[in-house]
Design a protein around this ligand. Sequence first.
Ligand code: 4AD
Ligand code: MG
Length: 477
Amino acid sequence: MKSYSIKELLNKQPIGDSVEINGWVKTFRSNRFIALNDGSTIHNLQCVVDFENFNENLLKQITTGAALKINGILVESQGRGQSVEIQATDVFVHGTADSETYPIQPKKHSLEFLREKAHLRVRTNTFSAVMRVRSALAFAIHSYFQQNGFYYMHAPIITGSDAEGAGEMFRVTTLDTKKPPLNDNGEVDYTQDFFGKETNLTVSGQLEAETYAMGLGKVYTFGPTFRAENSNTSRHLAEFWMIEPEMAFYDLDANMDLSENFIKWVLQYVLDNCKDDLEFLEKRLLDEEKSKPQHERSEMALIEKLRFVVDNNFKRVSYTEAIDILKNSKPNKKKKFQFPVNEWGVDLQSEHERFLVEKHFKCPVILFDYPAKIKAFYMRLNEDKKTVRAMDVLFPQIGEIAGGSQREERLEILQQKINELDIDEKELWWYLDLRRFGTAVHSGFGLGFERLVQFSTGMGNIRDVIPYPRTPQNAEF
Ligand code: 4AD
Ligand code: MG
């Protein structure tokens, strides 16, 4: 007897064969029909038990959530809703699930409720579909870079410098927090800490990736990053995964081309390889949106939206053009923006980004050449001395999905910037070395993996696209 996953069995359909499957009970109807799922696919397999031939006590143990092994013959199904089913000859209960206490019952649970049951939520259709898409996306990302001449680089998780300045950091220490050693000035003496200095969890692997690009040519990181920002939004996590490609000899235009090409390729991969899950998630989203007012519903269904992004060019717009559009926009004139746009130089808020993408251009937008003042120190200064070669990729519903730049490769200009910002040059000695020895034009960007998963699955809250979300006041599990 051959053991199959449900996915294999549904693909192969070895009618008439004796087969074995394992999985968890979704439902058990009329003491006869078990809908079994093993996580390999969104589809359940119907297993028919002839209750006359089975022990009554065994049948009582077949409840939602129980883990079973079922042996039987695969037959064409008489019923509607499935093409094949198993005529069970043998049922073995791996483990029961008490219906009084098992929280995942066959009814609609809210996403908020399921967040509190994060260890069990992957057994629901929604979360199993999301997590399969997440896995496929991760694979697609590696495939894209590996096929295009990039090397996978592992940036350190623990860092000794906060040069990036991308966000608040989490300290890493082994000092006794109740009685830390103090130095002569009465401050905590980090020379006595594990690493002999202050260390933190990384906010970005970019600076280290730059060093590798300047030796391996084209590299990418794909790993966890940490931000201790107190942002309680549907787009922010304290621990999220970031993909950061970094390329020697790429200018900003090449960087923009890469970001667009890359995002389209991975979305196409998901369209090609996650059809069943996307169809399920599309229905889920339509259902969810029924309860929303018309103007809040998306104009396109999930799959159509993914296709649209793959098939259309992203619109490239300079910050200066964007400010003009925003200044003259209806919501700005009618004072509908929480942050009015009245002068060049202001940072764009997500309401502005979403207006540009969802209302004005109606497609993904890459904004570039931002004011130097609102961007990080390492971005390359333009001739106008006011703007830098920065870019942000903006998506409908998500807002900023990726951000990057051409990097400042000129030593003096970089040093000047570092001094202006009061950053300790000594801390960045190794980063500045890149500009001392064989410096060259180079560029890169960072893409938030969970935001990409959100876009691909249509999930509204970032907490629902990562197995165990880490957010302010929440690190359960
Ligand atoms: O814009 P960010 O802060 O850029 C950097 O960290 C650069 N060093 C990247 C680079 O050029 N290599 O972050 C990049 C992306 C954002 O566009 C967003 O998609 C995501 O990371 N991101 C977050 N995702 C979830 N939760 C958060 N708190 C995030 N902060 C940023
Ligand atoms: Mg950014």
